[in-house]
Structures are given as C-alpha cells and as structure tokens.
Design a protein around this ligand. Structure first.
Ligand SMILES: Cc1cc2nc3c(=O)[nH]c(=O)nc-3n(C[C@H](O)[C@H](O)[C@H](O)COP(=O)(O)OP(=O)(O)OC[C@H]3O[C@@H](n4cnc5c(N)ncnc54)[C@H](O)[C@@H]3O)c2cc1C
Length: 606
C-alpha cells in the first residue's frame, strides 16, 4: 500500500512564485505572523503529520469503518490517537480568531492545511472540517454569550461540531425542512425532528458535539423564509462551560455507504432537545450560507486531493510495472519489457491526473486569496469589503466546487485504469479513492445545483452576464501581456478566443432563456464545465508564464521543475481544453432534445 507525500514543492511554487502570498499576507491584519518562515514551517509540519499519522490510517479506516453500539459511535482504530495529536498540535485553531484561543492566521492557511489533510485521509479530515463550519457560523451569528461558551472548546478541538440541514424528504430543497423548534419560557427552544446524512453526528473523538441545526418556529412562513438556526449541544454546558447534562439528541443509525467509511454519517434524532437560536428568527438559511463560499472551496479540495493521491500512486506503479515494448523502440533493453510509463496511452492518463491536480490546486490558491480578503472584511466589520469579495468568490465557488470535484472523480478513475486489473483489487487502494471521491460531487450542493447557481443565479439573474464580463476581462488583460513571448503566445491566443466565446455563449443563453425557461437547467451543466475548463486554462497559463520566466532568468529550483510545468500546460491546452468546445456546442442545443419525451414514455419495461 503506497503512502501520501505532501506536494510541498508545488504548493510553494504557487504560494511564492505564482500568487506572491508573502506580499498578500503582509497586506492582511491576520497576516502579521504569516511570515514566509512561519508559513514554510507550518506547511512542512502539517505535511509530516499527514504523511506519518493520517496517511497510514487511510486504508485501515476504510476497512474497519465506524461502529454504532448503544447509541455510541466508535471511529476506526487509530483515529482517536491521531485526533489527540491534531488537537495537541493546535491545528484546529490555526485560522481561528485569537480572542477565542485560535492562532488568528489567515483563512487561506487553513485551506492549505485542509488540502494536505484531506488528501492524506479525507474521512479523518471531515471531523475537524465540520467543526470549523460550526465555528464560523457561531462566530458570525452567535451572541457574545454563545461565542464565549462554544468557541473556545471548539477552537481547541475538545468539542466537535456538525451542520444538520438534510432531512429524509429534502437535501437540496431545504424549504421543505420540518424539524420544529418550540420557544420556552427561559428563552431556549425544544427542538424535535429527524436529520439524516449528518457527518460527524456522533463519534468518540471529542467530549461534546455542537450541532448547528435548521428548524422551524411555530407559525413560521412556508419555504426557505421560515427556517431558523439553532445550537443543539449533545451535552448542555454547565455553569463553568464544561460538559453538563445529556441533551435529547441521539444517533439513530449509521448510514452504510459507498465510501468515506471512516467518517460517521448519522441519522440524528432530536427529541425535545434543548436548543438556542443563532441569529434572527427565520433567517437561518442566510446565516448558514454566510461562510458557504469558504466551505465550498473546502469541498473543491476534495477534487484536487484525490487527483493528487491517485496520481502519486499511479505514477509509482507506471514506473515499476512492465508491459510490452514502447512503439518507438525499446526504452529499457536490459529488462524483459518496458515500464508502463513509456506507453503514450498510459502517459495520457497520468498527465490528465497531473494536469487536474496541479491546475486544480492553482484554482484553489487563487480563490483562497479572495477568501482571505472576505474573511478580513467580516472580522473588521467592513461589510462593503466582505460583500465585494464574497461576490468575486460567489462567481468562482460553483466553478471550483462543481468542476473540480467532477474532474477529481475522473482523475481517480484514471488511476484505477493505470493499474489495470490490479486497480480493481482493494489492496492497492485505488478503488477506495474513487469510492471516497464520489461524495464530493453530491454534498455541499450537487454538481447540478452548483451549475444552476452559477448560470441561473450568479451569471444571468444577479449580474446579467456581468460576472463573466468582469472575470474574462481579467483573463484577457493577462493574455494580452503574454502575446509577445513565443513560448506563451499559443496559450495567450487560445485564452483570448475563449474569453470572447464565453461572453458570446452567455449572451446567447440569456436570449434563449427569455423565450424558453428550461434553457437554464438544460444548459447549466455544460456551462459549468466550460467555465471550469477556461478557468483552469487561465491558471495553467499563469503557471506557465512564471515557469517560462524562471527558465530564462534562472530560478530557485532545478530547471526540470519549470520545464515540467510548461510541458503540463501544453498537455492541458492541447488535450484537455478542447473538451470546452464540446460543452459549448452542447449547451446551445435546443431543450427539445431533453424535454420532448413524456415522463411516462422514458422507458417501456415488461
Ligand atoms: C456521505 C454524506 C454526507 C453528508 N453530510 C451532510 C451533513 O453533514 N449535513 C447535512 O445537512 N447534509 C449532509 N449530506 C446531505 C447532502 O448534502 C445531500 O444529500 C445533498 O444536498 C443532495 O440532497 P438529496 O440527497 O436530497 O438529493 P436531491 O435534492 O433529491 O437531488 C437528487 C437529484 O436531483 C437534482 N436536483 C434536485 N433539485 C433540482 C432542481 N431544482 N433542478 C435541477 N436538478 C435538481 C440534484 O442535482 C440531484 O442530481 C450528506 C450526504 C451524504 C451522502
């Protein structure tokens, strides 16, 4: 079973050479302590923790899974000890505010940490990941008393958190939520209902679990406008803020599922559980979604992580395993056959994984800078700044979340293919990556819902194409500057064509949607994927520009690293980017080909 190696060279290339994070951090209030030395030390230390502690639990966690006995959930062997090390290292509070015990470092550093942890062991990383979602919600919408009670133990990692939205009848359409919250004389609420698919709903890693729950007040308006948000702790905090009386919230069962088996996915029953309102009545969804853009970047990591992991393991295998001779003549004449890596078709698969992993990482690191500014706006109470950056991120996050998780799944699939039949056998771990990755296209909004959010809300409804115009202008300005460099000209010319085409497609869809309401849903997936391929092309061109410059003027590293960057950019432009054109054609095709069959004529069985 291979292990994970933190891709620190690539991370530092993006941080220091492509996106100039040292200057970015110097411009942030939270960046005062994020000096290059400290950032370097954090990434190296986190990499070691992921390689030595989390990666060895990846396969055993999958085999053992979680167990439920007498209402208590046990995580797989080694998880408790690994979590204790995580807490002792202060990792949970890395980007949390200092006033609640955190280290107050920029949000982006938390995302880089999450990338390494999630790649080494996604199931494990979900426990602290969900807690961070709960922490962010309480930080922004909780009362002072709630913050003082819940944030210090959550920041320390002594307590965990969850996000309880989904119910049996609804996941996407949260307007159908039925869980009830009855006001009590003491200002608390009695929460009653069933939530399903709740990640980290019950486990043995922390002393307490703070559930953040969507529920309805009596007489609340129907639909999404009648949903409020509540804190429902597993144990009610006592007067000293320690774990007190057991609350009426229990785990009814664990879901049996395709992957992420070491992550406890729970059915949670709330029976007259004591809850406390967070934020204003009936504005629960708005509160819950405040940090959704950062949470979705978090889920987009689950596209990059599997591509990286599957690539690392497939590359090792392709170097070792031998089969036949390369078509262009023997490459290893002393051996019985050439290794897989000499076959063009195997290289196609490996380079697809590499281009997705490195291109996707660049997309994440680009967005993470915007997230830092947005968080700073919130922390400083500068709502104008927070909103401006939230809008920029709002356009990019469905692209990142939807496109990268779909491509991560594809990359994991290619990894199995590189192993041939052995990829299908459990001991190699390749099939586990596929199983673990699929969920990323489903939770935090399915790909279809991300696509609707992008095209329907962000592009057509909210900005009438303005979001595309603004982003493509940025890309075009960059591309124009590269036209005079002959190594970069092919990328720049292609980018200029694509930015023009992206705007034309948007206008054509806008006009078509005025006549036919189904156009948005029919075109959304192709529009999302098209947007993803163009965004990744921009980020590959940015990496190529730095690599070309470093090759010419001498870089901090061996020239091979920069040549590999240019070669991968070329592969991306010539072999993956052409897919954008098939999405362009498909998105403009008439809705008739989807809608003409009556629902009852979709199959003729029996
Ligand atoms: C392992 C796991 C962990 C999870 N963790 C959590 C958690 O911690 N907390 C939590 O609250 N939830 C969690 N979920 C729930 C998850 O977020 C939902 O499953 C997800 O939002 C999709 O909802 P659904 O399953 O009800 O699908 P549905 O909403 O029924 O969707 C089914 C299909 O229809 C499509 N669709 C739905 N509506 C539309 C529309 N209007 N237009 C076009 N297409 C549409 C969807 O894209 C999808 O393809 C988890 C789920 C799983 C499996």
């Amino acid at each position: 079973m291979p292990t994970y190696k933190a891709p620190l060279r690539d991370m530092k290339f993006l941080l220091n050479e492509v996106f100039d994070y040292p200057r970015h951090y110097a411009s942030l209030a939270s960046g005062e302590n994020a000096t290059p030395d400290i950032v370097d030390a954090i990434l190296s230390e986190c990499g070691r923790f992921c390689e030595d502690v989390l990666s060895p639990l990846y396969q055993s966690g999958d085999e053992e899974g979680c167990k439920l006995e007498n209402g208590e959930v046990t995580t797989p062997k080694g998880f408790k000890e690994a979590y204790a090390q995580y807490v002792a290292g202060g990792w949970q509070g890395l980007s949390a505010p200092e006033e609640f015990g955190g280290q107050g470092l920029p949000a982006s550093l938390g995302l880089f940490k999450q990338e390494m942890m999630g790649t080494a062991n996604w199931s494990f990383s979900m426990y602290p990941g969900l807690s961070i979602g709960a922490m962010n919600t309480i930080f922004l919408h909780g009362s002072d008393e709630q913050k003082q009670t819940y944030l210090p133990p959550l920041t320390e990692g002594r307590w965990g958190g969850t996000m309880c939205l989904t119910e049996p009848q609804c996941g996407t359409d949260l307007g159908q939520v039925k869980t009830k919250a009855e006001p009590q004389a003491d200002g608390s609420y009695r929460v009653t209902g069933t939530k399903i698919f709740i990640s980290s709903g019950e486990h043995d890693l922390t002393d307490n679990i703070v559930h953040v729950v969507l529920a309805r007040l009596p007489d609340a308006p129907k639909g999404t406008r009648g949903i409020s948000l509540f804190i429902v702790p597993k144990f009610l905090p006592d007067d000293n803020g320690d774990v007190g009386q057991r609350n009426g919230v229990t785990c009814g069962s664990l879901e049996k599922k395709m992957g992420i088996k070491a992550s406890a996915t729970c059915v949670m029953n709330f029976d007259d559980a004591t809850g406390y309102l967070i934020g204003p009545e009936n504005q629960g969804l708005e509160c819950m979604f405040t940090f959704m853009n950062t949470a979705r970047i978090g889920t987009a990591i689950q596209g990059v992580g599997p591509a990286e992991l599957s690539y690392q393991w497939a590359l090792d295998y392709a170097r070792d395993r031998r089969s036949m001779r390369a078509l262009s003549g023997k490459k290893e004449p002393d051996q019985v056959a050439d290794s897989l890596i000499h076959h063009a078709d195997v290289r196609r698969m490996l380079l697809t994984q590499k281009a997705i992993a490195e291109g996707g990482r660049a997309m994440l690191y680009y967005a993470a800078r915007l997230a830092d500014h947005m968080v700073e706006g919130h922390e400083q109470g500068d709502s104008k700044k927070a909103e401006a950056y939230d809008d920029k991120l709002g356009f990019l996050t469905p692209i990142l979340k939807g496109f990268l998780t779909e491509l991560g799944y594809e990359a994991a699939n290619q990894g199995v293919q590189v192993f041939g039949g052995h990829g299908y056998i459990r001991e190699h771990g390749m099939e586990q990556i596929i199983r673990d990755t699929k969920i990323a296209t489903l939770y935090e909004g399915t790909t279809g819902i991300q696509a609707l959010d992008l095209l329907g809300r962000k592009v057509l409804m909210m900005t009438q194409g303005g979001a595309v115009r603004e982003f493509t202008l940025k890309i075009a300005n960059f591309a124009r500057k590269q036209l005079t460099d002959k190594r970069l000209r092919p990328f720049a010319v292609e980018l200029l064509k694509l930015t023009a085409q992206w705007n034309v497609l948007t206008v054509r869809l806008m006009l078509a949607a005025r006549k036919d309401r189904d156009v948005v849903s029919a075109a959304a997936h192709d529009f999302l994927m098209y947007s993803g391929y163009v965004t990744m092309a921009y980020l590959w061109a940015r990496q190529a520009a730095v690599a070309a410059d470093k090759l010419e003027h001498g870089g901090a590293d061996a020239a091979e690293f920069y040549r590999a960057k240019l070669a991968t950019a070329e592969f991306y432009y010539e072999r993956l980017l052409p897919r954008a054109q098939s999405h362009a054609t498909s998105m403009l095709s008439p809705t008739k080909n989807l809608m003409q069959l009556d629902a009852e004529h979709m199959a003729f069985l029996g």
